[in-house]
Design a binder for this molecule. Structure first.
Ligand code: ASP
Ligand code: MG
Length: 417
């Protein structure tokens, strides 16, 4: 059993979906195809949700645009107007429209998961039908049935025991060689849709591989493999032919966008190799992530997170920043679902570097204001160099103001203006 994961870019158009079908049809083993929402649909659905919460009527236009995008792809894939999928897709958009005409529930995270998970519902329904029409006989399996989670909406935790049972029942029926299912989304024991956190489809693929003891996972991307730097930001990058699980975890944790940080662990625990390959050059070698006795990475690898916010908190009562204070600060960040990328503390100062979450940060700072004096800097870069050397450090920090630096034996990190 092999797991393929196709991200948004790899299914952003009818042509891209046909390309995915070619890749799938050249695999002769049992295969589960995990698919993300088409293109930038998840962002679009987030915008619609926010407009709904702001009672902004533009949500209806935004929904129409999203609908046009999907029906455009559908019409290119299926020339027969009798194709039943047209009705299915129209029904899904009809439900969304009805929802947007009512008031939100008030539980933002819950509404988020119910609405945003539609992106993957649509993409997988369309991809599965398209594959069938191309004689890739497959069964569509709803992730709400097999990826069982708790009810932490927008950041659900997997119930491994339940998921193991359900995945076995849903994917091992022996009748179909190919299955198609949604990435990023799952369901609570009560059948409510949940999501695993943005970009979580890689994680879905890894969960499934772990549950079903797959022989490998392939993540199909718009890059040839894992590179030493983001080609959008750097020119002198190289591809890494292989990587240890450990390096892959560290790189993705530090913000390398190629794979979701939670992806590696479930694979590492069962020693399942992960390939990152290019969907535009499927025959290429890609990057293999596996257990290797090789010392691993030696070249410097650069990871840049842009649009960072550095927040410094100083207790107003001049008390020290100790465990109790820290747990309160982290609880606030967790409640707002804001991920902390880097922390540093001294006796009376605690600094956190985060992705700029927009307006929400002011709400959070208001909550912290009674206890802390707060300073913040925006529009910063968080630069991580794994396996750094003097040259690499000089290259990244030349002519930049360093606001914060953190160094371990293998990794150096800077917050730069
Ligand atoms: N569609 C989701 C997102 O864009 C999940 C994923 O692409 O992995 O975040
Ligand atoms: Mg996506």
């Amino acid at each position: 059993m092999i797991i393929y994961k196709f991200g948004g870019a790899s299914v952003r158009s009818a042509e891209a979906i046909r390309n995915a079908a070619r890749i799938v049809s050249s695999c002769k083993e049992d295969l589960i195809v995990v698919v993300s929402a088409f293109g930038k649909t998840t962002n679009a659905l987030e915008d619609i949700l926010n407009a709904w919460y702001a009672d902004d009527d533009r949500r209806f236009n935004m929904l129409s645009e999203c609908r046009l995008y999907h029906t455009g792809i559908l019409q290119e894939l299926f020339k027969n107007p009798e194709e039943p999928l047209f009705g299915v897709v129209s029904g899904i958009f009809g439900n969304l429209l009805n929802k947007l005409e009512t008031k939100p529930s008030g539980n933002y995270d819950y509404d988020y998961d119910q609405l945003v998970s539609t992106g993957e519902l649509l993409s997988t329904k369309i991809v599965s039908s398209c594959f069938n029409s191309l004689n890739i006989h497959n069964l569509w399996v709803d992730s709400v049935k097999w990826l069982i989670t708790d009810e932490t909406y927008r950041e659900a935790s997997v119930n491994w025991e339940q998921s193991l049972k359900e995945a076995g029942m849903n994917f091992k029926n022996g009748k179909f060689r190919v299955h198609v299912t949604q990435g990023f989304t799952g369901g609570s024991a009560g059948g409510k849709r949940t999501t695993l956190g943005r970009e979580g489809s890689d994680y879905s693929a890894a969960i499934l591989a772990h549950l079903l003891d797959a022989s490998q996972v392939v993540v199909w991307k718009d890059v040839p493999g894992i590179l030493t730097a983001d080609p959008k930001l750097f020119s002198g990058y190289e591809m890494l032919p292989e990587l240890s699980y450990k390096d892959a975890i560290e790189l993705s944790f530090f913000g390398a966008k190629v794979i979701h940080p939670k992806t590696i662990k479930p694979l590492q625990n069962k020693n399942i190799p992960l390939y990152v390959k290019s969907f535009s050059n499927p025959g290429g070698p890609g990057t293999l992530i596996h257990e290797t006795s090789d010392p691993g990475l030696t070249k410097p690898v650069y990871i840049i997170k842009k649009n960072q916010l550095l927040i410094s908190l100083m207790p107003k009562d001049f008390s020290f920043v100790v465990e109790g204070t820290l747990s309160g600060i982290f609880a606030s960040f967790f409640r707002h679902r804001i991920k902390v990328n880097l922390i540093q503390n001294s006796a009376i100062n605690f600094s956190l570097c985060i992705d700029n979450p927009g307006k929400m940060i002011f709400e959070l700072m208001d909550q912290l204001k009674p206890g802390f004096r707060i300073l913040y800097n925006e529009s910063l870069d968080l630069v991580t160099i794994r396996h750094y050397n003097d040259d690499a450090v000089e290259k990244m920090t030349r002519d930049r103001e360093v606001l914060l630096e953190q160094r371990t034996r293998n990794t150096i990190r800077f917050v730069l203006r």
